[in-house]
Structure formats: structure tokens, C-alpha cells
Design a binder for this molecule. Structure first.
Ligand SMILES: Nc1nc2c(c(=O)[nH]1)N(C=O)[C@@H](CNc1ccc(C(=O)N[C@@H](CCC(=O)O)C(=O)O)cc1)CN2
Ligand SMILES: Nc1ncnc2c1ncn2[C@@H]1O[C@H](COP(=O)(O)OP(=O)(O)OP(=O)(O)O)[C@@H](O)[C@H]1O
Length: 305
């Protein structure tokens, strides 16, 4: 089995290969290292980071020990900066007044439920919000999807949406998304997050989204912090980035439209550009939903939202 470090180097290699195949438009000019307060000003090794606006973030890190496959201090430093930022954001979320939290939870979910891109979605992957993690709630959205299909303006019942939710398979960034049709399909895992068992109560295998014959059109993503360039800081497991890269590759292979990646965020989770450190496997989101409104970021989002 590969170690996390080997996996990361593999992803870096794939990412560099993918970069050649993609048409990448340029992100806004990156801030200078001195303006990134989480970036060390004493980096001892040469690091060139190219900011690309492709569906996944690709950074080209010049390794001073090229080809050695040994530790990369620049990458280590970025992961360290991510850990520091996670601690800071978690502390800030803990201090969020519960009245503000519930006001934002309701506003964000209503924005999603009332949006055309949500209403028109047929198959979606969403997270099951976990209260101790202080994530934006998804309970109202999930309830709406799983209970009664919404009615459109002419009072026609829309086609019931197909919902896939995450299940962590192991500690090696491996997560799957299974189809559920009821909230009762979920059980709490060791991290106290509700997730589906791979088999239903009749012993039938649930559909894994990677095996589905039709494309997912929408992902509702959790995260600890985001910026208006689409950068997303997760909880550090690498689960979502790994999954999204695999799903994007599957969609390309099958010539499907790429899914819209929408992250749900409290206002305080939106950080200034340049503050969120990016590592090679990070996938950019297409849009953010905050209590103040939807923020489309990518060209895809501007076209579809
Ligand atoms: N609701 C929800 N489901 C999800 C995710 C998520 O972020 N939110 N995941 C997204 O990947 C996957 C699970 N990954 C997770 C990774 C870390 C932690 C967690 O509890 N982290 C602690 C710190 C633990 C530690 O430091 O060892 C924390 O964040 O406080 C939870 C889920 C799949 N399901
Ligand atoms: N110094 C390091 N060098 C290489 N890989 C590392 C290093 N530190 C952490 N990792 C790996 O990177 C992955 C975490 O990536 P990252 O911190 O970008 O996750 P995330 O984007 O916050 O999480 P997610 O994708 O689940 O939302 C983990 O698999 C971890 O083992």
C-alpha cells in the first residue's frame, strides 16, 4: 500500500501531466510571498508556483532534488501552513454565535433550494453536515431531496433527484459516494459523521457514483475555508480532492459535462485571496454559496448559474 507521501508525489506527477493536456487560463496575479501571511519568508529552496485556472489547481513546484523522490521541504511547508490555517479557522468557527450560525444555515440552504441550478440538477453528491464539525447545515436540502420532489412554477412535479453521499473507506484519502433514498440509510461512523453502509438493509449493494451510467451534475461541498478564486481548504484528509480528481477524469473519459462544484460557506470562512495555501492535488470550486448570495467563480459557473 502507498504511503501518503508517495500518493502525494504521484498526484503531483499526474497533475503535471494533466496540466499539459488542459487549456489553463490564468488566475488573478498571485500575491507576492511577503503578502501571504501564511507563507514563510525564509523558504530555503526554489519554489515556482504557477496559478492556473483549470478545473483542478496545478502547481508546478521546482524540486531542488529533482527525480530523487525524496522529501520536498516546499511541499512540507505548504502542508504545515494548511494545518496552521485549519487550527485558526476551527477556533474562529467555535466562537461563532449560534444565532448567527443558524441564520446563515437557513439563508444558505434557502439560496440553494431556490436556485435554478439546484432545481434543474438531476443527480447530485452532497455532504451530510456534522454539527460538531461546525459545517454549514445541509439537513434542509437533503430533506427536500429525499422527501417530496419540489414542484416547478407550473405545479408540475420535478423528476426526483438522485442523491449520492460520502463514505470514508480508509485513511488513505479513499472515499466513495453511494446512492441513498432515505435518511434512515445512514449510520454514524467513528468520526460521528452519518454515512451509508455499502449495502442496504436487504443486503443489496448501493449504487456507487463511479459506477453510475449517468453523470452527476452538481456537487455540494464542505470545507473549512475558501476564497473568491475558488480555493478550498478541507479538513486535511485529502478525501474530496482525491475523489473530485477521479470523478473529473471519469466525466472527461465518458465525454460528460463536468459537474458544477459548489461549496457552502459561512461568511467568516471566506478568506482573502492568497491566504489559503495550495498544494498540487487541490481542486478549485466553481462557486460559493454564502448567506449573502451565490458567488460564481469559474466560467462554467458564470454560464450555468
Ligand atoms: N460532513 C462531512 N462529511 C465528510 C467530510 C466532511 O468534511 N464533512 N469529509 C471530507 O473530507 C470526509 C471525511 N473526512 C473527515 C476528515 C476529518 C474529520 C475530522 O473530524 N477532523 C477533525 C480533526 C481530526 C484530527 O485532527 O485528527 C476536525 O476537523 O476537527 C472529519 C471528516 C467524508 N465525509
Ligand atoms: N508534507 C506532506 N507531503 C505530502 N503529502 C502530505 C503532506 N502532509 C499531508 N499530506 C497529505 O495530503 C493530503 C491532505 O491534503 P490537503 O491538506 O490538501 O487536504 P484537504 O484539501 O484539506 O482535504 P479534502 O480534500 O479532504 O477536503 C493527505 O492525504 C495527507 O496525507
Amino acid at each position: 500500500m502507498r504511503t501518503r507521501r508517495q500518493l502525494s508525489l504521484l498526484v503531483l506527477k499526474n497533475s503535471l501531466m494533466n496540466q499539459q493536456a488542459r487549456t489553463a487560463a490564468t488566475l488573478p496575479a498571485p500575491p507576492t510571498p511577503s503578502s501571504l501571511f501564511f507563507f514563510s519568508s525564509s523558504s530555503r529552496r526554489p519554489t515556482t508556483i504557477q496559478y492556473t485556472r483549470s478545473r483542478s489547481y496545478s502547481s508546478n513546484i521546482t524540486m531542488s532534488e529533482s527525480g530523487s523522490g525524496s522529501a520536498n521541504p516546499d511541499l512540507d511547508s505548504l502542508f504545515r501552513q494548511k494545518r496552521i490555517l485549519r487550527t485558526k479557522v476551527k477556533k474562529d468557527l467555535k466562537s461563532m454565535p449560534s444565532s448567527q450560525k443558524s441564520q446563515e444555515d437557513t439563508a444558505i440552504q434557502n439560496l440553494v433550494l431556490e436556485s435554478s441550478w439546484f432545481k434543474s440538477s438531476k443527480r447530485l453528491c452532497a455532504y451530510i453536515s456534522c454539527t460538531p464539525l461546525r459545517e454549514v447545515e445541509t439537513s434542509q436540502i437533503l430533506e427536500q431531496i429525499l422527501s417530496h420532489p419540489p414542484k416547478d412554477q407550473d405545479n408540475h412535479t420535478e423528476i426526483k433527484k438522485k442523491l449520492y453521499v460520502p463514505r470514508v473507506e480508509d485513511k488513505n484519502c479513499h472515499m466513495r459516494m453511494f446512492n441513498i433514498s432515505s435518511i434512515h440509510d445512514l449510520i454514524a461512523n467513528s468520526m460521528n459523521i452519518l454515512e451509508p453502509a455499502p449495502e442496504d438493509s436487504d443486503g443489496n449493494q448501493r449504487e456507487d457514483v463511479m459506477q453510475a451510467s449517468d453523470p452527476v451534475d452538481l456537487f455540494l461541498l464542505p470545507g473549512l475555508a475558501f476564497d473568491k478564486s475558488g480555493r478550498r481548504l478541507g479538513r486535511g484528509g485529502g478525501y474530496y480532492d482525491t475523489f473530485l480528481l477521479k470523478y473529473q477524469a471519469l466525466a472527461s473519459e465518458r465525454q460528460w459535462k463536468q459537474p458544477l462544484l459548489v461549496a457552502l460557506s459561512y461568511s467568516r470562512q471566506i478568506l482573502d485571496e492568497g491566504v489559503i495555501p495550495m498544494t498540487p492535488h487541490d481542486v478549485l470550486v466553481d462557486a460559493l454559496v454564502t448567506s449573502s448570495g451565490v458567488i460564481p467563480i469559474s466560467k462554467t459557473a458564470l454560464e450555468r448559474m
